[in-house]
Design a protein around this ligand. Structure first.
Ligand SMILES: [Zn+2]
Length: 343
């Protein structure tokens, strides 16, 4: 583990098959931000009696603020669930100044390790506030009640370091990097990837070791990104392709799956060990096939051909291999020839 002496956003970490057992009895007065299924699998195990249990309906800021105002006085807020429930708890913790306890019941997104809460402000995503879990509770028994492929999805935003780090180095060599280039950040990202490559079978099987590798991967990624103030090692061309797809198809995707598809295409554009990273995604059984994402061949083709135009029309997006590409229809056809599509 890299993170022990370094800057992370996790104040305390509690892990184990029954890590959340009894925690409701040790945190004073508390309220819970959750959703139906996560609450069902957690409430008896964690014990204690919350002052209030809120089922999160939306992340719209106005809804969250109204909900916050209605909460009884507490010492702590417990987030139990996936990204939305955890982010809502972070928001309450930040607004009220209450202690945050995060109990992710699924590892598909990294909300449980990052400080800001992802909310919607007039339907646009915004990241606000700052909250650190004390503790972050990784209860393997509870996490294994989630569909295993959704926990595997958690590796998507880590494997993206393969292509994103390449993009950052590429931009740097072209004199186009938006941030001061850090070789040690790239090296640390490589160390996290190496750690993950060693436990792909465990991640695929959702063993304790595999689930912990995803959590540690995220915490270690924070030690790179939080001090730097940006996520350049982890976000690049692979994300930009899926932004284009999301806008084109007007629907959201499981983040880790669609990032996997982005890695599949962009590692080829980069000529960056495509076969290797494809084998990694296959071995860990990350569902990146367009068929599983209900994406038609024509849509993906159009998206790949259009991605440069898309990126260039958004000056906020960082410089990547896409900016210098001249992607033809033929290239796109070739790049996706082995994928399976929705009809
Ligand atoms: Zn991402």
């Amino acid at each position: 583990m890299l993170h022990q002496k370094e800057h992370t956003n996790v104040l305390d970490l509690r892990t184990g098959q029954d890590a959340c057992k009894g925690i409701g009895k040790e945190i004073g007065k508390f309220c819970v931000m959750t959703m139906d299924i996560p609450w069902k699998v957690t409430k008896d195990k964690m014990g204690g009696t919350p002052e209030s249990v809120v089922f999160i309906e939306t992340m719209e800021e106005s809804w969250l603020d109204h909900m916050c105002e209605g909460l009884p006085p507490c010492d702590a807020v417990v987030g139990i669930g996936g990204g939305m429930a955890i982010d809502a708890a972070k928001y309450v913790s930040w607004k009220k100044g209450w202690r945050l306890i995060s109990i992710p019941t699924i590892l598909s997104v990294d909300a449980f390790t990052t400080p800001a809460a992802g909310i919607r402000r007039n339907h646009e995503v915004a990241y606000v506030g700052h909250a650190s879990p004390d503790p972050l509770v990784i209860d393997f028994g509870i996490i294994r009640t989630a569909p295993p492929e959704l926990n595997i999805a958690g590796i998507g935003d880590l494997l993206s370091m393969h292509t994103a780090s390449f993009d950052w180095t590429y931009a740097h060599l072209k004199g186009k990097s938006e941030f001061t280039y850090s070789k040690s950040s790239i090296e640390k990202a490589q160390q996290i990837l190496q750690m993950l490559y060693g436990v792909l079978g465990d991640i695929r099987d959702n063993t304790d070791k595999g689930l912990m590798a995803i959590v540690e991967g995220y915490i270690d990624l924070n030690t790179i990104c939080l001090p730097a103030g940006h996520f350049r090692v982890e976000e690049g061309s692979e994300h930009y392709l899926f932004y284009e797809l999301e806008e084109r198809l007007k629907r959201p995707f499981v983040h880790g799956y669609i990032v996997g598809l982005g890695i599949y295409v962009m590692s080829q554009l980069q000529e960056n060990n495509f076969e290797f990273i494809k084998n990694v995604m296959d071995e860990v059984k990350l569902p990146y096939q367009p068929q599983l994402l209900d994406i038609k061949k024509e849509d993906l083709l159009n998206s790949i051909v259009n991605v440069r135009k898309y990126v260039e029309s958004r000056p906020k997006l960082w410089y990547t291999v896409i900016n210098d590409s001249s992607i033809t229809h033929e290239w796109a056809e070739h790049a996706i020839k082995d994928l399976q599509f929705a009809q």
